[in-house]
Design a protein around this ligand. Structure first.
Ligand code: 5GP
Ligand code: MN
Ligand code: MN
Length: 319
């Protein structure tokens, strides 16, 4: 079975790499740190590569100080594990390092996952990669400790909007119930994740909200963030996290759209509330993700990208 193959590959590996996806989120960082600690507990040589900025809300997590940039690694790994990564491009500039390694593993929960590794453990029914990892660790009787449980709880709480989204199942709560038996500080985790917005981030939220445009009887909400605003506020990329959810949470909104200028391209973030499949809109622009949360990179000027995304969203809303 897949899980036994994973176990054999880990047992036989000497030098294991783990890497974040571009613009990592709580599920990605939490899953990586959980796997990192498990592999350390198994006395493995493991390198954790995080090239992009870690969101402030995840900086409390244990063992982040071991994260390295890929440029500082010269060895090839004999096993490379990608977590929460839907396709090879999401690995950003570690893609080549991944492809160069002896064996590759892809553990993920994205519906649009392209099964890009030698061993693919993909379950789109899992609410988070962290949920899937718990199942794997439990089945293989891997040594879960308080730090591992803290990271897995963070991963699941992050990707489910604190256990609110459609992706949450009774099994998600079973996993959470078990994680709570490891002595984690859930109050500290929740404050860090959900009650810790910096002043800069709040200012960016206000600026973004000022650009709100509504379409289709207020069922579609669009906000934009220009490079100029980012520069003016001295905001970080991760400061834009949470803005698109804020739009989704407006009553009556079905499709929330955030377009963020980033030099010569536009990052599209999509959230839907109850019936529109966000993947269908994102895939118009070669992106992907989940039914209620998807994204893409669009290589067009902001205004042109906006027009095209609104058109695609209207089409999907009225399908
Ligand atoms: P976010 O809006 O938070 O950046 O992304 C929402 C979801 O869409 C995440 O689950 C993420 O993995 C997925 N996603 C975002 N951008 C892309 C993209 O360019 N390609 C693919 N395949 N998925 C994306
Ligand atoms: Mn992710
Ligand atoms: Mn995820």
């Amino acid at each position: 079975m897949e899980i036994n193959r994973l176990n054999n590959l880990i047992n036989n590996a000497n030098n294991i790499y783990l890497a974040s996806h571009v613009n990592p989120d709580g599920d990605n960082i939490g899953s990586l740190l959980a796997m990192f600690k498990i592999l350390k507990n198994l006395n493995k040589e493991v390198h954790l590569i995080i090239n992009d900025e870690v969101p402030d809300s995840n900086k409390f997590l244990p063992n982040l100080e071991y994260a390295e940039k890929s440029e500082n690694l010269d060895l090839k790994s004999d096993l490379f594990i990608a977590l929460d990564c839907a396709d090879l491009d999401r690995l950003g500039r570690v893609k080549d390092l991944f492809l160069d390694s002896e064996t590759t593993i892809n553990i993920d929960h994205h519906f649009s996952n392209t099964n890009f590794a030698d061993l693919n453990i993909v379950n789109s029914k899992a609410s988070a990669t962290g949920e899937l990892l718990y199942t794997i660790f439990e089945n293989l009787k891997y040594p879960i400790d308080t730090e591992v449980a803290t990271c897995l709880y963070t991963a699941i709480a992050s990707d489910t909007g604190s256990f609110k989204y459609d992706s949450v199942t009774s099994y998600t709560f079973e996993v959470i119930a078990k994680l709570l038996t490891y002595g984690i500080n859930k109050s500290e985790i929740n404050i860090n994740l959900f009650q810790n917005r910096s002043l800069e981030k709040t200012k960016l939220l206000v600026k973004a909200l000022n650009t709100l445009e509504l379409f289709e009887e207020n069922k579609i909400g669009v906000v934009t963030i220009s490079d100029e605003i980012m520069l003016k506020l001295g905001a970080k990329i991760s400061d834009a996290d949470g803005i698109v959810e804020f739009i989704r949470d407006i009553s009556g909104i079905e499709i929330a759209i955030l377009l963020k200028e980033k030099k010569d391209n536009i990052r599209l973030s999509l959230r839907t509330k109850s019936f529109v499949n966000a993947i269908n809109i994102a895939s118009t622009f070669d992106g992907g993700g989940h039914i209620r949360a998807a994204g893409a990179t669009i290589y067009l000027p902001l205004e042109t990208a906006k027009e095209k995304v609104i058109k695609a969203a209207i089409g999907e809303l009225n399908k």
